[in-house]
Design a protein around this ligand. Structure first.
Ligand code: ATP
Length: 614
């Protein structure tokens, strides 16, 4: 294994296939419903505030991890304060890792819509060397290298063994083996000064459930170094090592996330435990917190240690992070406890912005669309054949697919052109929606593809329907034009009458004015209460005779006009009355004539003047 290409290291039993190792709600083992120690799965998936690092004694990130977010649980504290106990626990009292994995399987069982691939790795860092605790030879094995991780990129741990787990039992076995290798290695560490960090990683890949039989067909044929076929390898690296990958296929994207549980440990050559582990991680955390608080972009020394480099994507924000601070209650450990609490306070200031990662299989999407198009073509041909067989009489009138598309387009243009009639908003709305039912019994749906229209109106050629629609709307258009012409005609008539009225008024005003200037403004009449003044010459008598004749003629005209519903009627009456009482006419301001409406004129004429007349 040591010489194999890291990315292709065979982690997978040769006879197994990833597709057979997928876990879904159906094949999750029943041992997750509770463990032999009385643990209760309960409802572990409560949402939490994700805007800050959460420092606590419990880790609620399983739900986030299973939903596609990276999650880190970091146990921090002086030696013998309970980090290992907290993370791994004992067979009697399982720690965070086995409990988290139990929740992972509970989540899978509660999520029937997806299928999952889980891979575990377990490593230890000491003397700035990464040891693979699951590799043959355990903690003695070396060769794991960190790649990537810069500029927000993913970290690749090349050469790290990843083991596919399909049940809680297999996770326990992995943990047990890793812990065993760790103890073996630590014997050697006691001989020298060392700083160590243990890191347990779980990579979760998931995708929507598909048809297992089609999955068989689509299975990738990318061979690995040992000749096996590893689905989805395809040159794409997911975070982590060289384990098998779940493939995005059939348009189903793959969601990838990593759960990291880690703890650190410091020891000196003399066997005394010191707290220098705060140095690198503490510096990184301090800088991150200060940058976040003061809006600065100071350099963050991730590369000063393997641990910080490995955790770089998570620490730089792309993870949900929980820090478990463990404290030794002994009085002699007060200074270390204070140091631990200061670390806790600092890391609380780090801001996070975890993002989901999805790999979308664009090739698969294109392939799916291509298949859909082919399927549509095939169905169209079948329909055409059926129609030709069943209804030969309409064969000659049937349109080709291309013609139907043109027809459909022409119909859409036509409806847009005709939908200018705003008098029927309801109909306009229906045109807007692209859906309209004509007066004819055939329903036209412009959303339908030409193929659908062809299928549904098989017995009714589309052309005939179009002619119906055209005819109906042309009729409406003609009606509208006729109505507009009538309106213009009426307006012209009104204008003419108004001009005529104005001319009559002016003539009468001039006439009255002339008589006033001759001293004949107040005329005698038998019924008039106004006293008639004597006038020079025979003008008064001449006017009285002419007035008598005019009055009769105007009364006749007024009677004729009263039979019409036109403003002329009012103006003629008015003129007649004005001629009888000319001096009052000049008392009306000019603007009143211009402003008054026809209705007001009528009121004035029949009300005001009428009373005087009577
Ligand atoms: N909450 C606890 N309840 C009972 N026993 C505990 C508890 N926490 C720790 N212990 C015990 O204390 C001892 C030290 O704990 P542990 O090994 O977990 O410390 P550690 O922080 O991992 O130490 P180191 O840094 O040296 O690895 C172990 O024997 C463990 O079983």
């Amino acid at each position: 294994m040591g010489t194999a290409s890291p990315a292709l290291t065979p982690m997978f039993p040769p006879q197994q296939d990833v597709e057979e190792s997928l876990i879904d709600f159906q094949n999750v083992g029943i041992d997750i419903t509770g463990d032999e120690h009385g643990g209760d799965v309960g409802v572990p998936f409560a949402e939490v505030d994700v805007s800050q690092v959460m420092v606590s004694v419990r880790a609620p990130h399983v739900h986030a991890f299973m939903s596609g977010y990276n999650a880190v649980v970091f146990a921090y504290g002086q030696t013998a304060s309970g980090k290992t106990y907290t993370l791994s626990g004992t067979p009697e009292e399982p720690g965070i890792i086995p409990r988290a994995l139990r929740d992972v399987f509970a989540f899978i069982r509660a999520t029937p819509s997806r299928e999952y691939l889980l891979r575990c790795s377990y490593l230890e860092i000491y003397n700035e060397t990464i040891h693979d605790l699951l590799a043959p030879g355990g903690g003695q094995a070396k060769g794991v290298e960190i790649q990537g991780g810069g500029a927000g990129g993913e970290v690749i741990l090349s050469g790290l063994r990843e083991e596919v787990v399909t049940s809680l039992a297999s996770v326990r076995e992995v943990l047990r083996r890793g812990e065993g290798n760790r103890r073996t290695a630590s014997t050697d560490w006691n001989e020298r000064s060392s700083r160590s960090h243990s890191v347990f990683r779980v990579v979760c890949e998931s995708r929507e459930r598909g048809d297992r039989s089609s999955s068989e067909e689509d299975r990738s044929t990318t061979p690995t170094a040992n000749g096996r076929h590893t689905p989805g390898l395809g040159g794409r690296q997911t975070p982590g090592a060289g384990g098998p990958r779940l493939q995005a296929k059939g348009g189903r994207s793959v969601q990838t996330s990593v759960l990291v549980c880690t703890s650190d440990k410091e020891r000196t050559r003399e066997g005394r435990y010191i707290n220098t582990s705060l140095l690198t991680l503490g510096t990184v955390i301090s800088t991150l917190a200060e940058n976040a608080a003061k809006g600065k972009t100071d350099h963050i020394p991730y590369r000063n240690s393997k641990l910080t480099r490995m955790l770089q994507p998570s620490l730089s924000g792309n993870a949900r992070i929980s820090v478990v601070c463990t404290i030794n209650p002994d009085a002699s450990a007060v200074s270390e406890s204070m140091s631990t609490l200061q670390f806790a306070r600092r890391i609380k200031g780090v801001h996070l912005n975890a993002q989901k990662k999805e790999i979308v299989d664009t090739d698969a999407l294109i392939e799916r669309y291509r298949k859909e198009i082919e399927d549509l073509k095939r169905r169209l041909e079948e329909r055409e054949q059926e129609a030709t067989r069943d209804a030969p009489s309409v064969r000659s009138r049937r349109l080709s697919a291309r013609e139907q598309i043109d027809e459909s387009k022409a119909m859409t243009d036509l409806t847009r052109a005709l939908s200018i009639d705003e008098t029927d908003s309801h109909e306009s709305e229906r045109w807007e929606r692209g859906r309209f039912t004509t007066g004819s019994p055939v329903k036209i749906d412009f959303d339908m593809s030409p193929y659908q229209g062809y299928e549904e109106n098989l017995g009714e050629p589309l052309r005939a329907v179009r002619e119906d629609v055209e005819k109906e709307w042309q009729g409406k258009l003609d009606e509208k034009d006729a109505w507009a012409a009538e309106l213009v005609r009426q307006l012209e008539k009104e204008k003419k009458m108004r001009l005529q009225l104005e001319e009559e008024r002016k003539a009468l005003a001039a006439f009255v004015s002339m008589f006033d200037s001759l001293g004949l403004g107040l005329l005698s009449a038998a019924s008039s209460p106004v006293k008639v003044m004597p006038s020079p010459g025979g003008a008064s008598a001449a006017y009285a005779g002419r007035r008598e004749a005019n009055l009769k003629q105007q009364q006749q005209v007024a009677e004729d006009a009263s039979r019409e519903s036109s403003p002329v009627r009012m103006s003629i009456d008015l003129a007649g009355k004005l001629s009888a009482h000319p001096s009052l006419l000049e008392q009306m301001p000019e603007e009143d004539w211009n402003d008054v409406s026809f209705e007001a004129e009528a009121e004035a004429a029949w009300g005001g003047w009428g009373r005087i007349w009577d």
